[in-house]
Ligand binder design. Sequence first.
Ligand code: ATP
Length: 428
Amino acid sequence: MFIGIDDTDSPNYMCTTFLIIELIKAFPEWDLIGMPRLVRLNPAVPWKTRGNAALAINIGRGKGDCRMIGMLGNRSILSYPRSYSEPNQEEVLERASCVVEKWAQKDYSDPGLVILSKQPEESLYHQAVTTILEKDDVLRVIKELGGDYFQLNNGRGLIGATSAVAWRPKDRTYELLTYRHRELWGTERVISEQEIRLLDSRYPSTFNNFDFENEHPAIIPHTNCPILYGIRGDSAPDLIMAMLSIPSEIPESWLLFITNQGTDEHIITDWKTLRPFSSYEVVGEVIGEPWTLRGGHVFISLKSDNGIELEAAAYEPTKSFRNVIRELRRGDRVRVLGEVREDYGTLNIEKLEVIQLAPSYIKKSNPICACGRYMKSIGTNQGYRCRVCSTRADEAIMELEKRSIHTGWYEPPVCSRRHISKPIKRML
Ligand code: ATP
């Protein structure tokens, strides 16, 4: 029996993943089937709180070899590969809705809880991760599958909750989340930053641990939420080892989630028109020199292989990534991934591959006259003239620019990456 939840937290407090811990506590006589799912949906959704995460678990009577995937105080949390019997749907709804009622930040959120004995079609997840869905579409799916739901306020969380159940892990990663003792919520987290800096080298299957450019530990949340830290990676056992390597205050509980983080599943690769609130892969050519706007945002113009002209931008928070965009030149061939913004229709660059560098020429000097002197410029775009013998020339002496970028992938520093964006580390 799947339980999906979403939209329960506020910008500075609580976390929907914590409600999974509370749901596990609420069903002590039932087993977890598979791992809890932490599913990132369309990052371009305007009403998301942070990373547009939705959560789901599957409970039943476990069968097959179980694995330990977490601890709740002194109790192990086990996960079974299959189930041979399921709880009663109405009972699950009643108990799970008490959990949402108790923990949801009702003044800030639109909580949704769904109970489904069957998974919705996978296409629902694909729509939710790439486009904007209507709540009515999701209510229809719940009804068709004979599911139940509970909602507070406008219940928009039902969109994410149902889509999280619809996800079929293909490319998948894991996140190990640790939770603080209740009395410590809101206090400074006690954790060794030094060890976090070492995670990438000690556990190469982990990613987005520390932002070395901004000197920031990316595994620690900024808010007063119950999370102590969360480590992301490709190997669940490595995440447990990584957790054990970090000296910190003792967490009250920890839990492994299977996720679509770091997969780029939000990117639409096959498209004819670019629409706001979705993210695309655009392959094409740079058609002008880069320019910088006040505030430090860097722009380029592109023409895609299917003939669409657009502007793409690397915004100020992407820091040194903007230097890569500044180094692009007319004629370079690139692959750009990013969200189309509603306001200007600009593509917000999340990652870039330089496919081919075009030869670029820069001015070396004014032309030299036959009489041996350097010519002088007559005015912008008007050419050159020798002051002595009045000989004219149109062009300066040019030389091939030595490019400081090369072919390959580039991405922003860890702190300005999206949870769902695939780190280059995972692409190699
Ligand atoms: P956190 O990451 O802290 O859990 P969040 O960023 O996930 O917060 P929510 O508070 O869950 O933000 O808000 C996202 C809202 O958007 C939810 O109500 C969810 O159901 C809804 N939503 C998610 N994906 C879509 C989509 N594709 N179309 C429409 N609504 C969506």
